[in-house]
Structure formats: structure tokens, C-alpha cells
Design a binder for this molecule. Structure first.
Ligand code: URA
Length: 211
């Protein structure tokens, strides 16, 4: 598994405003959008491309084009939905599939409650959007699900991660090179309720309000 932690002053600045308990939902959503676009630039570094012949107003040339099959973006409902626009801005031709995974707050295990993805993901590069890598349960369930359907590689884009969650995912996937995690920051730890510390609270609630 490969882990990339964004190391950029703009990411650090936006993340600090995002964490602040005084930041409104509207500003929070805007910042998530901006942060995802910055992370997506790094996360798509190995997106598959192919040569494409074109003619400029001056001369014929061979350029680069995203290869088929199109990349698949998979926001994890509900909080991952807040990351979709930022990702789609950079990869507008990607297909979007949805996975609804929820933490059982007692066991902290991931439960699948919705799935809108093609059965066959053969040859597809998948980009999972989930803002908080906490225990790692949701990411492991998503990664397994996508590989079972034939995905060739899975890149997870998260805003924050806990060291415990990264270690759990790493133990599960081992040293395979087709799993990557791109994250804006790795925080200190998980608390006894499975929240990232210092973190930013419940990402879904901060995006959409408490339900
Ligand atoms: N999910 C969240 O939204 N926040 C955390 O801190 C952990 C999991």
C-alpha cells in the first residue's frame, strides 16, 4: 500500500479552517471541495492515459488522453458525497458509483446499506472518496468490494487519517502496489468513540447537519 500525505501550505491552511468548530456548514462544504481538488491532483498522478493524434491550428501532433475504460469515482455515502464535486472538477469524464457504508457505533464495523456500482469493474481504476480514515473498517470494506468486482487499482482520497486506521488498512492489504491512500494530514490518534483527535468532528454532520 502506498500512502501520500499532502505537504502543502495551502492544504494546511484550509484544513485548519475546516477543523475549527466555529466554521459554518457552508464554509465547511466549500473548503472540502477545494481540498479535494488539491488532493485529486496528487491522487490521479497514475491515471491511465493513451496517445491521441490531434491537429492544432499550427501543426499535427500527438498528445495525451485519458484511456478507456473511464476512471470510476466512488463516494462513500454520506460524507463522501461532499467530496464529489471537487473530484469531478478534475476528472469530469469519470463515471460515478455510490457505496453506502455506515459504522456500527457499538462494534465500529462497516455495514453496507446501499450500492450503486456496475457488477463488472474489470480494468477500472477506482477512486474512493471518504473524508475520515478512522478505524479503517469502511475503507477495507470498499477496497475489498471494488477488487471483488475486478477493479485494477484503488486509490482512496481522505481528508484526515488516524495512524490506527492507516495501520489497519495496511495490515489488510499488505504490500500490494495497487492500493494507495492520499490524505491531507495524519492526526494523533483515535479516541474511545472512534473519532479522530484532534480531527474535525463528524464530517457528515458538519457537511449536512445532524440527522
Ligand atoms: N468519522 C467522522 O466523521 N469523524 C471522525 O473523527 C471519525 C469518523
Amino acid at each position: 500500500m502506498r500512502l501520500h500525505v499532502a505537504d502543502h501550505p495551502l492544504v494546511a491552511h484550509k484544513l485548519t479552517v475546516l477543523r475549527d468548530v466555529k466554521t459554518s456548514s457552508a464554509t465547511f462544504r466549500q473548503l472540502v471541495d477545494e481540498l479535494v481538488t488539491l488532493l485529486a491532483y496528487e491522487a490521479t498522478r497514475e491515471v491511465r492515459v493513451e496517445p491521441r493524434d490531434i491537429v492544432t491550428p499550427v501543426a499535427p501532433t500527438t498528445g495525451t488522453h485519458l484511456a478507456e475504460p473511464r476512471p470510476m469515482v466512488v463516494p462513500i455515502l454520506r460524507a463522501g458525497l461532499g467530496m464529489l464535486e471537487g473530484m469531478a472538477r478534475l476528472l469530469p469524464t469519470a463515471e460515478v458509483g455510490f457505496l453506502g457504508l455506515q459504522r456500527d457505533e457499538e462494534t465500529l464495523q462497516a455495514i453496507t446499506y446501499a450500492n450503486r456500482l456496475p457488477d463488472d469493474l474489470s480494468g477500472r481504476q477506482c477512486y474512493v472518496l471518504d473524508p475520515m480514515l478512522a478505524t479503517g473498517g469502511t475503507l477495507i470494506a470498499s477496497i475489498d468490494y471494488l477488487f471483488e468486482r475486478g477493479a485494477t487499482d484503488v486509490t482512496c482520497i481522505c481528508l484526515l487519517a488516524a495512524p490506527e486506521g492507516i495501520a489497519t488498512v495496511e495490515r489488510h492489504v499488505g504490500d500490494r502496489a495497487d492500493v494507495s491512500i492520499v490524505v491531507a494530514a495524519v492526526d494523533e490518534r483515535l479516541n474511545e468513540k472512534g473519532y479522530i483527535v484532534p480531527g474535525l468532528g463528524d464530517a457528515g454532520d458538519r457537511l449536512y447537519g445532524v440527522v
